[in-house]
Write a protein of this length. Structure first.
Lengths: 112, 114
């Protein structure tokens, strides 16, 4: 994707609740992939989940799922049963002219 | 399998100095890319190396340079440091020969320029 947009700079969620982090993308490619990464305060980017544009089903990885709506060019991350350890920055990304083009990120804070 | 290792993790420099950051990719990964992360600009691509050749370069001034060695380890250098170079520098390696977006990141080198 040439551009990734994350419109939520920060989000709060109660522990054990579900939360949706928004991501929209802009691409002229027919085949592409969408990635979500988590970045805790330590700095490391941790891969969470991947969705290919031709995948018929939404991707799921444990408590993470991707709400992929191709016609709307959105790939929202859903975290179920939030935990305190989920507090971090979350980035949506996709290959473009560079290995990965990132959105600005969403800072998720989980409240006990 | 060891992950991507970046050294040093933290460093403080003064304006005008230069700095060299090192990245050891996951064994077997031949592609290494570098990103600069700042609160204002987010994650910005610096460069990508594959088999010792720079395959792609971001929009950064010539003060930023890099290289990759035959063992796939990579270094990046920033000369004549400016205050705005303060950032987290992230290195990522990939097992793929073509760009699929599958990147494995290190913990980063946090540079502070005073």
């Amino acid at each position: 994707a040439q551009k990734i947009t994350q419109t939520q700079p920060g989000m709060f969620v109660q522990e054990k609740e579900a939360v949706t982090l928004d991501c929209t993308y802009d691409t002229s490619d027919q085949s592409y992939g969408l990635f979500w990464y988590k970045q805790p305060s330590s700095g490391e980017m941790i891969f969470l989940i991947y969705q290919g544009s031709y995948d018929e089903q939404n991707a799921t990885e444990g408590r993470y799922s991707l709400n992929f709506q191709k016609a709307r060019k959105s790939a929202n991350l859903v975290i179920s049963a939030s935990q305190l350890g989920d507090s971090a920055m979350y980035f949506c990304a996709s290959p473009g002219n560079t290995p990965l083009v990132f959105g600005k990120g969403t800072r998720l804070s989980v409240i006990a | 399998k060891a992950g991507v290792t970046q050294t040093p993790r933290y460093l403080i420099k003064t304006r005008g100095q230069q700095v060299t950051l090192s990245c050891s990719p996951i064994s077997g990964h031949r592609s290494v890319s570098w990103y600069q992360q700042t609160p204002g600009q987010g994650l910005q691509f610096l460069f990508e190396y594959f088999s010792e050749t720079q395959r792609n370069k971001g929009n950064f001034p010539g003060r930023f340079s890099g290289r990759q060695f035959s063992n796939s380890r990579s270094e990046m250098n920033v000369s004549t440091l400016e205050l705005g170079d303060s950032a987290l520098y992230l290195c990522a390696s990939s097992p793929r020969t073509r760009n699929t977006g599958e990147l494995f990141f290190g913990e980063g080198s946090r540079l502070t320029v005073l």
